[in-house]
Design a protein around this ligand. Structure first.
Ligand SMILES: [Zn+2]
Length: 337
């Protein structure tokens, strides 16, 4: 199946930017996308994964692990034997709402247990998502316990399964992308806060954008290959930019003034704990790297603040303004002094 090119997506700038930032630095944490149905959330993730450079992976390893990493960090490769590798596309794994915990984290391979009396591990969806994206549509309808577990694994990069006499630890580094419709159930604040970024997507209301969306969708469906050829150059340019940003990231300098500004902003908003500040700093750094800047400036911070902070605000019954407006207002107040 042909994937709709990432660079052909019209509008939805905030969502696209958040996904790009997570691709530059997965340590910013997952991305939560709030909004209407049919706003191209799943298309955007697939498009982004498809434009990323293919990754070198050990052939036959269920965790697609990196041949450059020590074999001991992977239960499959640790068994020894040759580690041939090949190039594979960056995985995008869908986590269906009805998925059981066993299916997600992996479980005892019952067939092998019954037929051969062997205790073997059957990897789950987290194994397949390693080094790629895990997408959950309507994450707010998923069991809290499972969301908690996913956030833990995403943060640590390791999936640990202990049950029925099995004990397995395998690499599971992925960017968690959850989409939700706030009208259909809410995420607990403790869970919200653990997502790195939160963005809002809406169906475009201006005419030229709507026309453009429909025109491109129609052209893609009539001739997918021809349509994709038209965006090959743009996608390749974006891929180059991403690769350069990843290489640049470890050397990025975050000046004290930027850190101080981040702290002042979080203080003004009264966000709990230091997670907000840390995410704000990392996000601004990834954005600066993506844009080819040498240092992380206050301007990067200002632009990214709504995505990094809007889901961390405590409810204020006296404040009628929405969370995005509250962040914007705080940015104006803090940086006008
Ligand atoms: Zn492996």
């Amino acid at each position: 199946m042909t994937t709709f090119p990432f660079s052909a997506i019209v509008g939805q700038d905030e969502m696209r930017r958040a996904l790009l930032i997570a691709a530059v630095d997965p340590s910013v944490g997952g991305v939560l996308v709030f909004g209407d149905r049919g706003t191209g959330k799943s298309t955007a993730i697939r498009g982004l994964a498809a434009l990323l450079p293919k990754m070198k992976a050990v052939a036959g390893c269920p965790y697609s692990c990196d041949p450059g990493q020590p074999a001991e960090s992977c239960p499959h490769c640790a068994k020894g034997g040759p580690r041939k590798s090949g190039l594979v596309p960056v995985p995008v794994v869908d986590l269906p709402l009805g998925a059981t915990e066993d299916r997600v984290v992996g479980a005892l391979d019952l067939e092998r247990a019954l037929a051969h009396g062997e205790k073997a591990f059957e990897p789950g969806l987290l194994a397949r998502a390693n080094r790629g994206f895990l997408y959950i549509d309507e994450v707010n309808l998923l069991d809290d316990h499972l969301v908690d577990l996913l956030l833990d694994v995403a943060a640590s990069g390791v999936n640990t399964v202990e049950r029925e006499g099995l004990s397995v630890r395998h690499p599971a580094r992925f960017v968690l992308v959850g989409s939700g419709n706030p009208e259909e159930g809410e995420l607990r604040p403790q869970l919200l806060d653990r997502f790195g970024l939160a963005v809002e997507v809406t169906t475009p209301t201006d005419l030229p954008t709507r026309i453009d969306v429909v025109r491109r969708r129609d052209a893609f469906e009539r001739d997918p290959d021809g349509f994709c050829r038209g965006y090959e150059r743009a996608d390749r340019a974006l891929q180059k930019q991403l690769t350069a940003a990843r290489a640049r990231l470890p050397g990025m300098d975050v000046p004290d003034a930027t850190l101080e500004a981040a702290a002042r902003l979080c203080l003004a908003l009264g966000t709990d704990g230091l997670r907000g500040e840390l995410t704000l700093m990392r996000t601004a750094r990834a954005l600066a790297a993506f844009e080819g800047a040498d240092i992380v400036a206050i301007d990067h911070l200002k632009r990214i603040a709504p995505s990094a902070l809007r889901h961390r605000l405590r409810r204020n019954p006296l404040d009628e303004a929405g969370s995005t407006a509250r962040v914007t207002r705080a940015v104006e107040q803090v940086f006008s002094q």
